[in-house]
Write a protein that binds this ligand. Structure first.
Ligand SMILES: Cc1cc2nc3c(=O)[nH]c(=O)nc-3n(C[C@H](O)[C@H](O)[C@H](O)COP(=O)(O)O)c2cc1C
Length: 147
């Protein structure tokens, strides 16, 4: 069975998840926005956090939205202001998830995601959602994957 992990990462949590999934046989597709967040946390929150709270979509660099042939698709996003990140909002608007086995891995500073499950429901009615607390800093969080 072919499995795909599509994700965005600004500071490496998502990359830690991708490394783990690669060892489990997933193909990896990383999304990069045309304009990534500024470096300083204050400005990250002012720009990314604000746009995420509006459900905004980031413009992506070339992104292959073809997921034909994959039976399982996992989507990874950091949590920004309790919500999905803006690059992943774009991804969700581009993918045809009909009939796919789709699940989500979210990474957050608090290990919680207030509004993201509701956002996800708009695209996939039944999706398993795993939320990890800073998996780059706490690698033991990665053990929650596949539980
Ligand atoms: C703009 C912005 C907003 C954030 N908002 C939240 C939040 O609401 N709740 C939370 O737990 N963490 C929040 N965080 C922390 C990130 O979700 C967390 O550090 C995550 O692991 C980052 O993933 P990445 O390293 O793959 O980019 C925020 C980070 C940024 C940059």
């Amino acid at each position: 069975m072919s499995k795909l992990f599509i994700y965005y990462s600004n500071t490496g949590s998502g990359d830690a998840v991708a490394s783990k999934l690669a060892t489990l046989g997933y193909e990896i597709r990383k999304v990069t926005p045309k304009k990534d967040l500024p470096k300083a946390f204050f400005f990250k929150v002012m720009s990314g956090g604000f746009l995420a709270s509006l459900n905004a979509k980031a413009k992506l660099n070339e992104f292959d939205a073809n997921i034909e042939g994959y039976e399982e698709v996992v989507i990874g996003s950091p949590i920004w202001n309790g919500r999905l990140s803006t690059p992943i909002n774009t991804v969700l608007s581009l993918l045809d998830l009909n009939g796919k086995n789709v699940s989500f891995i979210l990474y957050a500073g608090s290990g919680a995601a207030k509004a993201a499950p509701k956002q996800i429901k708009k695209f996939v009615s039944e999706a398993k959602i795993t939320i990890l607390k800073e998996p780059k800093k706490y690698p033991e969080e990665l053990e929650k994957i596949g539980e």
